[in-house]
Design a protein around this ligand. Sequence first.
Ligand code: ATP
Ligand code: MG
Length: 429
Amino acid sequence: MSKSLQAIRGMNDILPEQTPLWRYFEGTVARLLDNYGYKQIRMPIVEFTELFKRSIGEVTDIVEKEMYTFEDRNGDSLTLRPEGTAACVRAVLEHGITGGGQVQKLWYIGPMFRHERPQKGRYRQFHQIGLEVFNLDGPDIDAELIIMTWRLWGELGIRDAVKLELNSLGTSESRGRYREALVEYLSAHHDKLDEDSQRRLKTNPLRVLDTKNADTQAVLVDAPKMADYLDDESRAHFEGLKARLDAVGIPYVLNPKLVRGLDYYSKTVFEWVTDKLGAQGTVCAGGRYDGLVEQMGGKPTPGVGFAMGIERLVLMLETLEQIPEEISRQVDVYLCAFSEEAELAGLALAERVRDQLPNLRLQVNAGAGSFKSQFKKADKSGALYALILGDDEMAQQVVGFKPLRGQGEQQSIAWDALAAHLATCVVQG
Ligand code: ATP
Ligand code: MG
């Protein structure tokens, strides 16, 4: 195929054989969020570039080098959203739905865009399910977010393969004091830092903690720890979170180097990581961002949220073979008709059955075909049963009911009794 007709590197089609697993994953998360009282919000995929610069921070990987930014026909600078929090905050402010301390528990799903080096688990268009809570400042809600994800891993059968890492970044005051101590320490070891970290030391020193460079990591071993600089309020908040996780029995490890890639976090930060996906090990990440809404022009409004990467979680389900059996079968029954008259009767019969069994996955043969070819298609569809309308069945106003997976003999069922019969032998999802 000519080059211009290929998808853009790092932007993938999700093919029909993959979508059942995606829908199972998305459906499981959506049901869980409904049950915990979260409401969905949908934001545009494109926003003014300024929104991301102001919220994510100028000195971050995303804004420095990962954004898809372009001028539209009016000359406005627009950007394909690299994450969801900025747009969500913009939306709640624009519509005034967090005013007067109103609590909002929101979630969203959709594609995000970052110009990164594509590799397994890392793409240029990827998909997130994200969640943001506004106007609750206690550790109870931070705990709820983590408890909810813990339940999700349980339902998906991947709980044993993920680990929770926790840290607290404190308030901006305590972070300021810590930053000074860190800069002092790192400056004394300036020559041993990698180039990126030397630059970050001037622009955004906390991000040095996030480095992947082994030499810099070695320097960091003896660096001052944020935990020693936490103010009383942040410390109490963090203890409150840990107590709740302990109460529910959720294990965690404290990771003092966990600072997250975005500038806007304060107090709680967390990541769910796995060793099953190679280098792209973070499947869900989030934290508290009490200063963000104000920084974006709103009244002071506490916020906390997380985002999970759908590709990475789907990959995990595949890697760990946690694919529920029911999603591999897409068809329950397949109706074959062997004359024009039978086809008309079959169409009408199929609609009557669908009226009575709205969840039945009933596929009606299309494209006519011989006995042999229709049975072949019925079998290939994965259906449990074939329904047969030939001349004999038409004459008797019955339908042949043929098990395709070796569960007994073919029977004749009266048209009026078909729905009731199907209800007894097809387990409906
Ligand atoms: P990473 O350290 O892997 O680059 P990040 O800190 O940039 O992740 P976040 O901005 O916190 O990621 O996004 C939340 C989640 O979205 C990540 O934990 C990950 O599961 C997923 N994610 C982020 N970037 C990508 C990407 N380029 N491709 C696929 N999934 C991604
Ligand atoms: Mg990243």
